[in-house]
Design a protein around this ligand. Sequence first.
Ligand SMILES: *Cc1c(COP(=O)(O)O)cnc(C)c1O
Length: 366
Amino acid sequence: MMQPIRFLDLRKQYESIKTDIDAAIAETLESCQFVGGPAVARFEREFADYQRARHCLGVANGTDAVEIALSALRLPPGSEVIVPANSFIASSEAVTTAGLKVVFCAADSDTSLIDLVDARKRITPQTRAIMPVHLYGQSCDMDAVMAFAHEFELKVMEDCAQAHGAEWNGRRVGTFGDAGTFSFYPGKNLGAYGDGGAIVSNDDTLVRRMRMIANHGRVEKYNHEFEGRNSRLDALQAAILSAKLKHLEGWIAARQAVAAFYSRELSNVKGLQLPLVRDAARHVFHLFVVRTPRRDALQLHLKASGIETGIHYPIALPRLTAYQGLHQSTSSDAVADQLLSLPMGEHLGVADVGRVVHEVRAFFQA
Ligand SMILES: *Cc1c(COP(=O)(O)O)cnc(C)c1O
């Protein structure tokens, strides 16, 4: 049997940057500053610069990032937030934990990104915010989202957990709306060696409030202006992220090369729908998600050939048990049964992607 083709290979990545990572960890241990301190401040500055945002606040994980950013908006309790049905549960979960109400809308069938035609049907007098999720690494059409938000006077919370470095018309995600939230979960394009997250924003007042919420409602040590919580990016993760950030553009280029190869070699396969990339989008390909009604059989065929795949996401959010009580559904909920994520990442070699293409073609020709 040939070597398996991994969906994700964190060991291979670590081995390629081991010297940098080990030095960053050793330096943090020597400094004995484990919460806050220079490593966190440095990464916050570097990541704000990378996303071309005025501010960045490190937090404990990407889910907290969404919840803290939403809380900082101080929307009236029970305000409705529109969230696309195709996302990870964190997007909608954070709406609920922030004391707000989730309203699901459909995802566009070509891009899997928020469908504003459907979102329009979900507007009520209680709608106060919309959450474009830059899913799979592609920016939503932020011109359209901002125009929509302006029309209905909505706050815009960008979930950028899968889209570090992604752009719309040359502008980085997270800088269009009120704030943009990121995850550094290990498998993300920029991943920590544990949990981590960040919020970027150009709004000084909002950032000050978010910083306080994430740190017990304080700016100074014991002067708590309100009850907040504890959600901080720790110094070890910040040091690791600074070391990895230097490689991110190279890794994105490698992902884009894999995507270009898949797109070219699989373009004429009947029965297989490839991801659509909008001209204005810089897609960073966190995932390469194809669609086929024969998804389960294709996944089994690839597995038998030693090729790992994933499904993002197998159950549309409104169909999850967690949301049965909401009695909501969208026209795109059934599409979840057709999605398949092919191996994607800088760990893949030319021979690997060649084998994936060969096996996908073989499946559809059989
Ligand atoms: C990963 C992810 C999150 C949550 O991030 P965590 O760091 O795991 O809490 C939120 N939204 C989306 C779209 C994600 O993919």
